[in-house]
Ligand binder design. Structure first.
Ligand code: CA
Length: 445
């Protein structure tokens, strides 16, 4: 079960759309990544939360909304939702047209995986994550003892999902899910999430007023959908409430519990970067096409520096089964696009947010939090992605040149992209609106 709404791909389309999601479209991590790319064709994340999509459709019909809420109220009553809960949560509610636009949003801007990773695994997030590892060391050790998931992986998920508890999304979950229950595609799915949300509110797990999140209903430090909350959230600080919004111990334990239930293997890594021979037959790639390490070795797969893979040195055996992923196909400029052998723990991360690019971001961030290196191979581009500190610098440079892009926040939204495109045009470049190394260096001059 994905923590997000739908199975694979779709899963990410919504919840993931969760926070990390929209970022892609916006090229922003945390509470807003969107559109993603990726490698496997699965979308990393779609728009979410703060970044509601605008459209020009007529408003959702209030009479239809009222009739729909009447039906939902009957169902809620039959499931034990009290009059008081219903009145407190639904009083004066109006549909939110913005979430419907987000539901139908098809990003026009697909993010290359190197941009996606540059935003999610950047200097800020690595430094913040190491600080969090130290600050919450006792809790993380207890979480590892109970659930078997190591501190760096748990913290990496936390950092990507909510920027270590800083970005939860800002939309009313009740309003978003009520709207999605009554309009648009997937109403039956969202109705179940809506009814589950009312139970969460009635049981008092989360402080009143803190039921906010992404437009698709993912919330808290873990960005769980309500149904995932019900099945997976943990009261780890022992106060009787499962509070993934206000309690860091509850949030960290809930993340670990999700990964454990998704098949996490205690003490095993997610996988590792590899090198491929120039003539390697990439038809054998795929996360699910698992083969013994011995077979990959016999096919010429090596460590990224060309050294032989020694399974024992990696605490694995020659029979350990791994899939080979090559997120960006190699082109003429690079015979060495990053490639990875991935183990079952990679699949566990993938289930959190069904996109290989997402799983790779979590896996790599965890490695970096442990002091590991950047990828050995370069991505096949001559215009690498930039992290949030550089995105903020780029935004300042755009403002200095007279562009109105709003706040300098490192989140490349539509106004930043328009300003970048204008600068590209001035430079005689094709308009892309993409925040990358090349435009940053051009504007520094
Ligand atoms: Ca608790």
């Amino acid at each position: 079960m994905s923590k997000r709404p739908y199975p694979p791909c779709a899963a990410r389309r919504f919840a993931s759309i969760g926070l990390v999601a929209l970022a892609l479209a916006l090229l922003v991590p945390d509470a807003t990544l969107s559109a993603a790319p990726a490698a496997s064709g699965s979308s990393a994340k779609v728009p979410t939360g703060a970044a509601a999509v605008q459209d020009d459709r007529p408003p959702a019909d209030p009479a239809q909304f009222a009739r729909c809420l009447g039906r939902l109220e009957s169902t809620a009553r039959s499931r034990g939702i009290s009059d008081a809960t219903w009145a407190a949560q639904l009083g004066g509610i109006e549909p939110d047209r913005g979430v419907l636009a987000s539901l139908d949003f098809q990003p026009e801007f697909r993010t290359p995986i190197w941009d996606y990773l540059a935003a999610l695994v950047d200097t800020d997030r690595i430094e913040d994550g190491r600080a969090m590892l130290a600050e919450h060391a006792t809790t993380l050790a207890a979480v590892e003892r109970r659930f078997g998931v190591d501190p760096a992986t748990v913290v990496a998920v936390w950092g990507v999902e909510s920027n270590y508890g800083r970005n939860f999304g800002k939309l009313s979950l009740v309003r978003s899910l009520a709207t999605l229950s009554c309009f648009g595609r997937r109403q039956s799915y969202f109705q179940e999430e809506f009814l589950t949300l009312l139970r969460i509110a009635q049981e008092g797990h989360v402080e009143p007023g803190q039921l906010v999140g992404s437009w698709a209903g993912a919330f808290g430090q873990t960005q769980f959908m309500p149904s995932t909350f019900m099945s997976t959230a943990i009261d780890f600080d022992g106060d009787g409430r499962r509070d993934i919004v206000g309690s860091v111990p509850d949030a960290l334990a809930s993340t670990a519990n999700f990964l454990r239930r998704a098949g996490w293997r205690r003490g095993e890594s997610w996988g590792f970067e590899v090198g491929l021979p120039d003539d390697f037959n990439t038809s054998v790639t795929g996360r699910r096409s698992k083969r013994p390490l011995s077979e990959w070795i016999s096919r010429g797969v090596t460590l990224p520096d060309g050294q032989a893979i020694d399974p024992a040195a990696l605490k694995l055996s020659a029979q350990t089964r791994a899939g080979l992923i090559v997120p960006a196909q190699r082109d003429v400029r690079s015979a060495l696009a990053p490639a990875f052998l991935v183990l079952p723990n990679f699949d566990a991360i993938y289930s959190y947010n069904a996109a290989e690019s997402y799983a790779l971001a979590i896996a790599h961030l965890a490695d970096r939090l442990r002091g590991g290196p950047a990828f050995h191979a370069d991505w096949p581009t001559d215009d690498p992605g930039i992290g949030r500190a550089e995105r903020r610098e780029l935004q300042k440079l755009l403002i200095e040149r007279g562009h109105d892009i709003g706040e300098v926040d490192g989140l490349i939204g539509s106004r930043s992209r328009a300003a970048i495109a204008a600068e590209e045009e001035r430079l005689g470049w094709p308009r892309s609106g993409r925040a990358g190394r090349r435009i940053l260096e051009a504007l520094r001059r």
